[in-house]
Design a protein around this ligand. Structure first.
Ligand SMILES: [Zn+2]
Ligand SMILES: [Zn+2]
Ligand SMILES: [Zn+2]
Length: 254
């Protein structure tokens, strides 16, 4: 299984519009971060977790020609805004995109993309089949098995996923022990790490390091990064062994 980071930036992306800070103007491409999303590819199956506002650009940049499903973590705009662009896959495959989301996220999708769910048969609108994730049971997309991990994002429940040896958690600031245990033994673990200063709904980098240490994966990768965290290569040098900042385009094999 191959995992590719399509985006590793927080909701505004990096660079942040109008910002002249050292990160936003850095010539190092690792400081350019599209909105957070990840591509999972097995021999037979291609899945993206979240389709934020940069979904179209991410599909083009990564050269994705076939997509079997979109799995959503939660309904915030930076994770769902690009769903309209499944139209390209609808056109090529002549079928609806399989979308996996819990009921809370489905409600958001139906509100934000009201025209998709009206059954108007208007030509060219996105075609989407909703599949319900219940948060407590694993589900399969062809040969890929997803185990949901329920985390808290301030007061909102967000889904992380364990797929074999890989665990992906974004937009969390608290994880119960029982849910944390589901990630134990992963070879690769992704956690969100916004910046150094406290935030009500996101782990800071020191908090993410603590959680990664408690889970104890071989390698941990931090994502959903703000320009406020600092320059990629400088922050990377400060991290404990086996911990890394993710960057757009980084690929891992499991
Ligand atoms: Zn987010
Ligand atoms: Zn900046
Ligand atoms: Zn969020």
């Amino acid at each position: 299984m191959k995992v590719t980071f399509l985006g590793t930036g927080t909701s505004q992306g990096v660079p942040f519009i109008g910002c002249d800070c050292a990160v936003c103007t850095s010539p190092d491409a690792r400081n350019n971060r599209l909105r957070t999303s990840v591509l999972i590819q097995s021999d037979t199956t291609t899945v993206v977790i979240d389709s934020g506002p940069d979904f179209r650009q991410q599909m083009l940049r990564q050269g994705v020609k076939k997509l079997d499903a979109i799995v959503f973590t939660h309904g915030h705009k930076d994770h769902v805004a690009g769903m309209d662009d499944v139209r390209a896959f609808n056109f090529h495959d002549q079928k609806a995109m399989q979308v996996y989301a819990d009921l809370q996220t489905q409600e958001v999708l139906k509100r934000e993309f009201q025209y998709v769910f009206q059954n108007l048969n208007y030509p060219g609108i996105p075609q989407v089949d909703l599949n319900t994730i219940d948060g407590y049971n694993s589900f399969k997309i062809n040969d890929l098995e997803f185990l949901p991990i329920r985390v808290l994002h301030y007061k909102m429940e967000v889904l992380g996923f364990r797929i074999g040896d890989f665990t992906y958690i974004t937009d969390a600031n608290y994880i119960e022990l029982e849910e944390m245990n589901k990630a134990k033994g992963s070879k690769g673990l992704v956690l969100n790490a916004l910046r150094y200063q406290d935030h009500p709904s996101h782990f800071t980098l020191p908090q993410a390091i603590d959680v990664a240490t408690a889970i104890g994966a071989n390698d941990a990768y931090f994502t959903h990064i703000s320009h406020q965290l600092g320059l990629h290569n400088e922050v990377e040098k400060t991290l404990p062994q086996g911990m890394h900042l993710a960057y757009d385009g980084l690929s891992l094999e499991f």
